[in-house]
Write a protein that binds this ligand. Structure first.
Ligand SMILES: Cc1cc2nc3c(=O)[nH]c(=O)nc-3n(C[C@H](O)[C@H](O)[C@H](O)COP(=O)(O)OP(=O)(O)OC[C@H]3O[C@@H](n4cnc5c(N)ncnc54)[C@H](O)[C@@H]3O)c2cc1C
Length: 312
């Protein structure tokens, strides 16, 4: 079995989700990584040092610079012949590219894997993460996307995997990169943070959300998350949403504060190692997934908790 992983990157650094995918793919067979880009030889060399990578394929062309799905999908298809599995992380990048690859190759995709049982058998969440299904496919070639939070990140070692330059497919010119707006923040990225503090509708306003959660997050070195109700009420920006239609997180420690625990929210955080819930309703659903629960008013508990942590 040989696996081709499609690398997600910004031209300088590999996305952590691709490192998680490299770990997952090692269970399938020999791992090759495709780095498509423009003038990114340093990155290609970094990838060749990652443990578990047997070969790096490097496709260099100006039209690969922004990793547009319309350009990358035909490239992956052009390289697909020797591979049994074509893999990417189930990030926005992977979700954009891999279904196109599956459609162009007319083969099946298995999405958002949380476990690889063997090369044909996979576990994935269904019903917003409320159940897990084991699926098996006998097709000779499969397209897979990997849930990054379910696998550890591969690390760099002292090896230097061979780098092979591959032929760039011609520019498709079906889409054009216009611009990218990135949120600048000193906080850890939500999906990679060791600690996440998330707030819900109960905060009542953007000012209170910020005034209570920011000091707690600063004290813990945490990323801030939010329920969809908090995002819809504009207490927090869209990219902070945790859940089925937001980000999937699995930190060491997750605080759900003033969040009821609807399945669409827990789908995005229930794999966290330790979950602490603060809610004034003792019957709130969030307590069903919590390791530690505090029943009470967040407006009293959160400032007190922050104070106690600061005095440690
Ligand atoms: C298709 C679909 C996709 C969705 N995707 C997502 C998603 O990705 N992420 C997501 O979060 N939701 C998602 N939702 C919405 C989800 O169903 C819930 O509506 C949402 O999670 C509720 O947010 P909440 O818990 O903040 O608000 P509420 O349900 O209003 O809960 C507020 C909680 O705060 C508690 N509370 C109130 N005051 C206080 C206080 N002073 N101190 C302590 N506790 C207090 C209450 O007891 C309550 O439990 C989705 C829904 C649908 C239909």
């Amino acid at each position: 079995m040989t696996v081709l992983i499609v690398a997600e990157h910004n031209g300088k650094q590999l996305a952590t989700a691709t490192l998680n995918a490299i770990t997952a793919a090692q269970k399938l067979g020999e791992v090759h990584v495709l780095v498509a880009g423009s003038d990114c030889l340093n990155l290609v060399e970094q990838v060749s040092k990652i443990n578990g990578v047997a070969k790096v394929l490097h496709a260099d062309a100006p039209h690969f610079a922004e990793l547009l799905a319309e350009e990358i999908a035909p490239l992956v298809v052009s390289l697909a012949a020797p591979y049994t599995h074509l893999v990417a992380a189930a990030s926005a990048f992977g979700k954009n590219i891999m279904p196109r690859v599956a459609a162009l190759l007319d083969c099946s995709q298995v999405s958002d894997l949380t476990e690889i049982v063997d090369e044909k058998t996979f576990v994935r969440p269904i019903y917003a993460g409320n159940a897990f299904v084991t699926v098996q496919s006998d097709e000779p070639k499969l397209v897979l996307t990997i849930r990054a939070s379910a696998f550890s990140a591969a690390v760099s070692g002292s090896q230097n995997a061979p780098i092979e330059a591959v032929m760039a497919t011609p520019a498709q010119d079906l889409s054009r990169f216009v611009g990218r707006e990135l949120t600048a923040s000193d906080r850890p990225e939500l999906t990679q943070a060791r600690v996440v503090v998330s707030g819900g509708r109960a905060f009542g306003s953007a000012e209170q959300f910020d005034a209570l959660l920011t000091p707690l997050a600063d004290t813990l070195g945490a990323a801030i998350g939010a329920s969809r109700a908090a995002v819809d009420a504009e207490y927090a920006p869209n990219d902070m949403q945790v859940g089925q239609t937001g980000k999937i997180v699995a930190p060491e420690l997750y605080f759900a504060i003033g969040i009821s625990g609807a399945i669409q929210h827990t789908a995005g955080m229930q794999d966290s190692k330790i979950i602490v819930a603060i809610n004034k309703d003792p019957d709130a659903q969030i307590f069903n997934v919590a390791d530690f629960g505090i029943v009470g008013d967040l407006f009293e508990i959160v400032p007190e908790l922050t104070k106690q942590l600061q005095n440690r």
